[in-house]
Design a protein around this ligand. Structure first.
Ligand code: ADP
Ligand code: MG
Length: 292
C-alpha cells in the first residue's frame, strides 16, 4: 500500500504542476536557505528582441544587422534567433561559412570573405579591443537601461553594436518576495554582462549576483555557496544550467526547459512561473514535516 502522506503529496504536487523525479531532493527542499536563479529564460522570458542598432560610420544599419545575422544564422542561441529575425525583416541575410560558436561569448564566421564575429563586452575585452567612441552614447544608454549589448566585428575591427532587450517575467518579483518572507537568501547567476545582471537584480530585489559566468563555471558558483554553509536550490532552464542543477542540493528545471536541464533536475516545474519554487517548498514542508 502507498503511505497516506505520499498519496496526499503526490496529489498536491500534480495540482501545483510539480513533477518530483527525486523524492530526496523534494525532502531537502524545505531545508534550503538559498535559492539561485538563472537569469535568462528563468527570471526573464528568454526571448530577446533587437531594440537598437548603432553602426560605426561608414557602416549602415542594414549592413550591420545583415552581417551580424549572417554570422549568427547557425547559432541556436536566443540572441542569434533575435538578430536573424530582425535582419530578415529588413531584407536578405547573406550566406556564411566556417561558423564557430564561442561558448558563453559569441560567434564567429566567414561572410563575403571577411572574418565576422558577434559577441558581448567579454569578447571585446578578450580580443584587447575597446568600445568605439563613435557609438559611446547609444552603448552607454543601452547599458544603463539593462539591455544586452553585442558588438559586431569585421576583420578585427568593431563596426557597430546592437542592443537586445529581454522582458522580466511578471511573476519573478513576487517569487523573490515570497522567498524573502521565509528568510531565504536569493541569488542570481548569468552569463550576461554585469550591467544587465545588476539592472534585473535591482528591479527584483535580489540579494546577490554572479554575472559573466561562463557555462562551464556555473556549478562552481553553486559549490562556493555551499562552502559558505548554505543549502542551495538552483532553478534553471538551459543546457548550460545542467551541471549546476546537478550540483545543487535541489535542482529545479523550469517550464519548457531543455531536455538536458530536465534530466539533471530532481524537481521539474511544469509552468515557467518562478513562483513554482515557493510551491515546491510548501509541498516539501507539507509532505515531510508530518512524517517525523
Ligand atoms: P545566460 O547565462 O544568460 O543564458 P549565455 O552563457 O548563453 O548566458 O551567454 C552569455 C553571453 O555570451 C551573452 O550575454 C552574450 O554576450 C554572449 N553570447 C552567447 N551566445 C551568443 C551568440 N550566439 N551571439 C552573440 N553573443 C553571444
Ligand atoms: Mg537560461
Amino acid at each position: 500500500a502507498i503511505p497516506l502522506v505520499i498519496a496526499i503529496s503526490t496529489a498536491m504536487s500534480a495540482r501545483a504542476g510539480i513533477l518530483v523525479k527525486d523524492r530526496l531532493a523534494l525532502e531537502r527542499m524545505r531545508l534550503v536557505d538559498a535559492v539561485l536563479f538563472d537569469k535568462t529564460g528563468t527570471l526573464t522570458k528568454g526571448r530577446p528582441a533587437v531594440a537598437g542598432v548603432a553602426p560605426v560610420p561608414p557602416a549602415g544599419d542594414d549592413e550591420l544587422l545583415a552581417l551580424a545575422a549572417a554570422a549568427e544564422r547557425d547559432s541556436e542561441h536566443p540572441l542569434a534567433t533575435a538578430i536573424v529575425a530582425a535582419a530578415a525583416e529588413r531584407g536578405r541575410v547573406p550566406a556564411a561559412s566556417e561558423f564557430r560558436s564561442l561558448t558563453g561569448k559569441g560567434v564567429r564566421a566567414v561572410v563575403d570573405g571577411a572574418d565576422v564575429a558577434v559577441g558581448g563586452p567579454g569578447l571585446l575585452r578578450e580580443l584587447g579591443l575597446e568600445s568605439p567612441s563613435e557609438i559611446a552614447m547609444p552603448v552607454d544608454e543601452w547599458s544603463k537601461a539593462g539591455s544586452t549589448v553585442l558588438y559586431v566585428l569585421r576583420d578585427g575591427a568593431v563596426i557597430g553594436a546592437l542592443s537586445l532587450a529581454d522582458e522580466v517575467r511578471a511573476e519573478s518579483g513576487r517569487a523573490v518576495d515570497a522567498l524573502h518572507a521565509e528568510g531565504i537568501h536569493v541569488v542570481m547567476i548569468t552569463g550576461d554582462a554585469r550591467n544587465v545582471a545588476e539592472a534585473v537584480a535591482a528591479e527584483l530585489g535580489i540579494d546577490e549576483v554572479f554575472a559573466e559566468v561562463l557555462p562551464a563555471d556555473k556549478d562552481a558558483v553553486v559549490t562556493s555557496l555551499q562552502e559558505r554553509g548554505l543549502r542551495v536550490a538552483m532553478v534553471g532552464d538551459g543546457v548550460n544550467d545542467a551541471p549546476a542543477l546537478a550540483r545543487a542540493d535541489v535542482g529545479l528545471a523550469i517550464g519548457a526547459g531543455t531536455d538536458v536541464a530536465v534530466e539533471s533536475a530532481g524537481v521539474v516545474l511544469a509552468s515557467d512561473d518562478p513562483r513554482g519554487v515557493v510551491s515546491a517548498r510548501r509541498l516539501s514542508q507539507a509532505s515531510y514535516q508530518k512524517m517525523v
